[in-house]
Write a protein that binds this ligand. Sequence first.
Ligand code: KIV
Ligand code: ZN
Length: 389
Amino acid sequence: MTKQIQFFDTTLRDGEQTIGVNFSIQDKLILAQKIADWGADVIEAGFPVASENDFKAVRQIGKNVTNCNVIGLARCVKKDIDAVTQALADAPTGQIHVFIATSPIHREAKLHMDQAAVIKKINECVSYAHKSFEHVEFSPEDATRTEWNFLVTAIRTAINAGADVINIPDTTGYTNPDEFGALFDYLKENIPEFDRVTFSVHCHNDLGMATANALAAVKHGASRIEGTINGIGERAGNTALEEVAAAMDVRKDFYQVENQVDLTKTYELAKLVSEKSKMPIPHNKPIIGANVFAHESGIHQDGFLKNHATYEILTPQSVGIAHSSIPLGKLSGSHAVAAKLKQLGYQITSADMHKIFPIFKQVADQQAIVSAEDLRQIMQRFEKTVQKS
Ligand code: KIV
Ligand code: ZN
């Protein structure tokens, strides 16, 4: 049977940690339902102890979004765990995610705790959380900068205390696909309970490798990927879940895994997250950016017009975008110009095209894009020239 990969969406928690993003409770509810309908297996609805509104949002989502698991975040602190327990008391699919940092820099500079103290805390907080929740996810924050042997001790402590999901966060976007894969191999070799629990990955994009790192982890044994829609999140953001879903679809041959995501709902969801977060989608953003299914240079346009697959590895329709486009500019070739003119209703012979194309080039040299209106004006100039001669 093909391995199933779970999608854990943290748009409403880590995504909201983006500077300037503050979703209202109402928006969180709308987004949570859309993310669940897209196919996420788990939604991290918030950090209930952080604010009254976060508490209320987690509560509302937990009660109302029932086609997906709803999880609340807690530090390894009793009052945080109690807040998640209360917020999800009426949630049919409520789960908890507890974390504590394990790396030397975090232990020394932030927590002022030695290794033994961290292990004690993990045991206490996971056991405490497990009293209220059947499913407990544990994260050793900054795992990728943690001593590997200590990471194993931390993880085994959490599993023995009742965690059934272990998340490996690359909190600062520090790792790379080779190293992350090797870390997973090490965990597999040194954690006898590896196959008893779900291993998850949570990557940040500081070096632009969040998606690649998450996918490398899947190749090496992870079966849950955490991330956000449009990759929003702290600093350079999180793994963009739409990128992971598209990669798994386009490269089924390589990843050989399945997921529940309905890719065709991606674009609509991405636009909604962009609107609610007030973060425009960059034009070159993989999968959903305005330029992703647009082809401007002559060589590309020519190939694309002959067979779309020459320059598109996925169809726009597969991610919910109506169609590709071939915007005309100074690099466009005569094939694309002729195709556009035909679309606009002009019957053009190749002899005509020889005269029209130089006029097109003059216009295109002066501006970034040649619009349909510009083409009509070019045709007027051409018709005048033809009448005169
Ligand atoms: O990046 C991180 O380490 C986190 C944890 C809370 C999982 O967001
Ligand atoms: Zn994070």
